[in-house]
Design a protein around this ligand. Structure first.
Ligand SMILES: [Cu+2]
Length: 472
């Protein structure tokens, strides 16, 4: 992560949108110049230069779109276009997104703001933008064919509405959705409350990200858009571990994390070391009576959740999707389970023929971490991530909450690894070991079956005919 000054220096920002005061009246009649981001770094919060003040959010491996104020209207310019996204070191994906990145930039406004969004289509096919969760005039809802004609390639449409409801939202196309979302077109939207809100607390750190998934064959660059469930890259903001930045906070900070799910399956998001409450969804703030402590919350497809907690435990705490397959990167799922199978003899024979041959997973899959098998040119290692002790052996939807006593307010810089105080870390037992006492009874001994009955032979007929592909 880099400083805000570097943000403007390095981000390749194309000028005018940032400094509204220096823009002439002629320029104000024209489109706001689009602001483009070329990097996948987590940008510091974009402190509002005008309009009502708020505590800006931090987009994980992303950024917030600057606006210009035009006669009291906040004007944004989104450009839908093909982008190259660094999904992690050594792995680039050819995606579609907005303003140079996938996901697109986060849009942050204040309740009651009048917002005008110019959307320019630089894709090879038509698109539109749906503002998920917003109260707005029907003609601004963005469903192609239903609410508006499609935005054809090369055309620009204008959406304008008042951000009426404070909360957590997202935007995405409502035109060829299967393709366009599988290609990475989506972005976050936060509407801050105008005044102190009884159900929306002020927080010290406010992180946002979207859950997305891709199917990119190892060695290739473009997602397979026909994939319905068997994706091989489970990402946060189009990044996979170890490419996802940690969420860095100061001890005792009040932290909010907002998550939206635009994949094809649910994700139970799990935080270590702390309990949180779900304080809101894309439907609004959760009434206080409906909040209870959790350490995992399921984010279903098309849902958003905002969780809050006080980060009062120092350390590096894992924060991840609890579906074990979602904390891995590209691999073949057709690998059979080999645990407990000794291949040594076979391997010796095969290696004399095929020197690089290795058996996958006979002691579990963590061997895959150290696997020296050559990877194709453009892919993410399946399980990796060098930790302070050894490899974390993770991928996909995994990151860390880093809580530090001496982290400065507003500083999001990675403080490095946490050093456990002496005597507070699990350690190896080197004394003598007694055999564990095992329960001696036979299975079912507490409720023995008295009547063994007659063995019945069961024949199973699988459905054939037009369902024939199921019976194998
Ligand atoms: Cu998941």
């Amino acid at each position: 992560m880099i400083s805000r000054r570097d943000f403007f220096k390095n981000a390749g920002i194309a000028g005018a949108a940032v400094a509204a005061s220096s823009v002439s009246r002629v320029a104000m009649a024209a489109l706001p110049e689009p602001v483009i981001q070329t990097k996948a770094d987590t940008m510091p919060p974009l402190v509002p230069a005008n309009g009502r003040h708020y505590n800006a959010v931090v987009t994980l491996n992303g950024w917030t779109l600057p606006w210009r104020m035009n006669n009291g209207v906040k004007e944004f310019h989104l450009v839908a276009e093909p982008v190259v996204r660094d999904m992690c070191e050594g792995f680039k994906a050819h995606l579609w997104g907005y303003n140079g990145q996938s996901p697109g930039p986060t849009i942050e406004v204040v309740e009651g703001d009048r917002v005008r969004i110019f959307v320019t289509n630089k894709l090879p096919e038509h698109t539109s933008v749906h503002w998920h969760g917003q109260r707005l005039p029907n003609g601004m809802d963005g469903v192609t064919g239903l609410n508006q004609p499609a935005i054809q390639p090369g055309k620009t449409f204008v959406y304008e509405f008042v951000a009426r409801r404070p909360g957590t939202f997202m935007y995405h196309p409502h035109a060829d959705e299967m393709t366009q979302m599988a290609m990475g077109m989506m972005g976050f939207w936060v509407t801050h409350p105008k005044t102190r809100h009884p159900l929306i607390e002020e927080v010290d750190r406010d992180f946002v990200f979207l859950l997305n998934a891709y199917d990119v064959d190892p060695g290739s660059y473009t997602p397979k858009i026909m994939t319905m469930l068997d994706f091989n890259l489970w990402s946060w903001n189009s990044r996979v571990f170890p490419g996802i930045d940690p969420l860095v906070v100061r001890q005792n900070d009040k932290v909010r994390i907002r998550i939206g799910n635009l994949t094809m399956t649910n994700h139970p998001i799990h935080l270590h070391g702390h309990e949180f409450t779900v304080t809101g969804t894309d439907g609004g703030a959760t009434p206080k009576a409906g909040r209870w402590p959790e350490v995992t919350t399921d984010v279903a497809v098309g849902q958003m959740r905002q969780i809050e907690f006080v980060a009062n435990e120092e350390g590096d705490w894992a924060f991840h999707c609890h579906k074990a397959h979602h904390t891995m990167n590209a691999m073949g799922h057709e690998v059979p389970t080999m645990i407990g199978v000794d291949h040594r003899a076979v391997v010796k024979q095969i290696t004399s023929l095929v020197p690089e041959y290795m058996v996958m997973g006979e002691r579990g899959m963590s061997d895959m971490t150290e696997m020296e098998m050559p990877l194709p040119d453009n892919t993410a290692p399946m399980m990796t991530g060098e930790g302070p002790y050894e490899s974390v052996a993770m991928g996909g939807m995994f990151s860390m909450l880093k809580v530090r006593r001496d982290q400065k307010a507003g500083d999001y810089k990675d403080p490095g690894w946490y050093k456990q105080p002496p005597g507070t870390q699990a350690y190896e037992w080197t004394g003598s070991l007694a055999e564990p006492a095992r329960f001696k009874a036979e299975g079912r001994a507490s409720m023995p079956r008295t009547d063994k009955g007659n063995e019945v032979e069961v024949q199973i007929r699988k459905p054939m005919g037009n369902m024939g592909h199921m019976g194998h």
